[in-house]
Design a protein around this ligand. Structure first.
Ligand SMILES: NC(=O)c1ccc[n+]([C@@H]2O[C@H](COP(=O)([O-])OP(=O)(O)OC[C@H]3O[C@@H](n4cnc5c(N)ncnc54)[C@H](OP(=O)(O)O)[C@@H]3O)[C@@H](O)[C@H]2O)c1
Length: 291
């Protein structure tokens, strides 16, 4: 049987300057799709443009911050003018705010929600009409295992991804009537800039007078050791995204890595008291509050 004819799709991605967004833009452009790669600072587009040029491919590059509704409108309008429609939206842009709740300022928590949650809504709101007209499309939201299982010192990030999970589940029903699919990806830990250059911390995270200073420092060291040793392949994410794009009926929840699938499996089957005891023991073992 002849292979099905390849049909390039118009794919809109947020946060393409590094990590999952960058790798996904490169992979999908190399596969022959029309990739609209957006990022909030075009000075960070070097790796993407180099890789695309070396592969003799093309991407449409736009400066776009997901918290700026005016710019989003302009970019989506420009894409609609060029292509007439959008097949796939990948809401990837995000960052992680670290710190115990009492060490975080209201403003910092709101900023976390502005990007990871409202940012997704801002872009999705503008893109939906470009899909609804044709009664087809896929919205792929990059959530996290942090949207399914919480951990201390990440309450703001957990809340933003938990909100994204609920929003996506509801939107999936709403979009079904138009033939638009809504899908979530929930990766575990991958070594990207989110844990390094792009990591953000609450204003009292490094304040030695904070009652959480010793435990925050203890956990930060533990997380760093874990992330430094993480060798999961970043390509897992673009590969999974491509599979979802090519699939007629992709699953709603998609956890790329086995380690995280096991963790989520435990979360589902164990009584919560036991599950949270294991999380607590794993994260806090070796810590003692100073007298
Ligand atoms: N790495 C992991 O372990 C992991 C696990 C689960 C989920 N995730 C999720 O995966 C997504 C990508 O993260 P990553 O790991 O690839 O980290 P990353 O390398 O730090 O990439 C994050 C991207 O988001 C962009 N971004 C941040 N705020 C933005 C805004 N307001 N407007 C537009 N772009 C913005 C960043 O742009 P700048 O360069 O301008 O900062 C960067 O391009 C995030 O949603 C993250 O929560 C990551």
């Amino acid at each position: 049987m002849p292979a099905p004819k390849f049909e390039p799709k118009v794919i809109f991605i947020t946060g393409c300057s590094s990590g999952f967004g960058l790798r996904t833009a490169v992979r999908l452009a190399k596969s022959g799709h029309h990739v609209i790669a957006t990022m909030r600072d075009l000075n960070r587009s070097g790796t993407l443009t180099d890789e695309i040029r070396n592969a003799n491919k093309h991407v449409d590059l736009f400066k776009m911050d997901v918290t700026d509704k005016r710019i989003i409108k302009e970019v989506v309008r420009a894409v609609a003018a060029k292509y007439g429609y959008i097949d796939v939206l990948i809401n990837n842009a995000g960052f992680g705010l670290g710190g115990f709740f009492e060490d975080l300022a209201d403003e910092e928590i709101r900023n976390q929600m502005e990007t990871n949650f409202f940012g997704v809504q801002n872009v999705t709101r503008e893109v939906i009409p470009c899909m609804r007209q044709r009664r087809s499309g896929k919205i792929i939201n990059i959530s996290s295992i942090a949207g399914l299982s919480a951990s201390p010192s990440f309450s703001a990030y957990n809340a933003s991804k938990w909100a994204l999970e609920g929003f996506s589940e509801s939107l999936r029903y709403e979009m079904k009537i138009w033939g638009i699919d809504v899908v979530l990806i929930e990766p575990g830990t991958y070594k990207t800039k989110i844990f390094y250059e792009n990591a953000r911390y609450g204003k009292n995270f490094t304040n030695a007078d904070s009652p959480y200073f010793t435990i925050s420092s203890f956990l930060a060291k533990k997380v760093k050791t874990y992330v430094d040793g993480c060798d999961k392949n970043l390509e897992d994410i673009p590969k999974l995204i491509e599979k979802i794009i090519n699939s007629k009926k992709p699953p709603f929840r998609n956890i790329p890595d086995i380690e995280t699938r096991i963790l989520y499996g435990l979360r589902k089957i164990l009584p919560f008291r036991l599950y949270s005891f294991l999380i607590y023991k794993t994260l806090f073992s070796g810590f003692q509050l100073p007298k």
